[in-house]
Design a protein around this ligand. Sequence first.
Ligand code: DX5
Ligand code: ZN
Length: 217
Amino acid sequence: MENVIVSASILSADLCALGKDIERAENAGCEYIHFDVMDGVFVPNISYGIPVLDSVSRIARNVLDVHLMITDPIRYIKAFSASGADIITFHYEACTDVMAVVDEIHSCGKKAGIAIKPATPASVLERFADKADMLLVMTVEPGFGGQGFNFDMLEKISELKKMLSERDLKIPIQVDGGINELTAELVKKAGAEILVAGSYLFNAPDMALAVRKILGR
Ligand code: DX5
Ligand code: ZN
């Protein structure tokens, strides 16, 4: 739990004042900026994509943590890499050849994350765990910000953490969806280290205080 990182999901930012909101999140102590890409096919919502990331990467100082909720993500890895992503996370459920996507991300010199939806068991990640740089356990159904945390996911996080520890793999577990000061405490106990938060941060009257609450400081 020593090294917890908050990744601010800008899906809940004011998109007309995105630069200002990113600066606010960075100044509040968010080490990563989480960029959610939705294609209206893999998830029932459409967000933003490559041209927006181009602009964001020009102003963001911190790590750009791109979460692809798109079908057949291998098609767009080079484009998101060129647009300034530092970490690219894609969904296990969205592709047929998971390793090919990880390799494509690595060949672009970026870090690769693999995400699973709430209904997907942690065990599917076992054979990729030593190849990925991060594993993302979705704690809501992907597609929208501001949803309630799925408490059944706590066991999945613990199970994944146990598997990683047994194999002495140091890669971090990220969680995304419904994170606030209460759920943050639970996911950290279960073994998560990178906590994505959107609505909780951007709706907070004092974002720096909200970040400290997530970190438990
Ligand atoms: C949901 C996205 C999340 C979302 C989190 O599909 O992947 O990153 O923005 O929002 P909150 O923190 O409001 O649940
Ligand atoms: Zn996300």
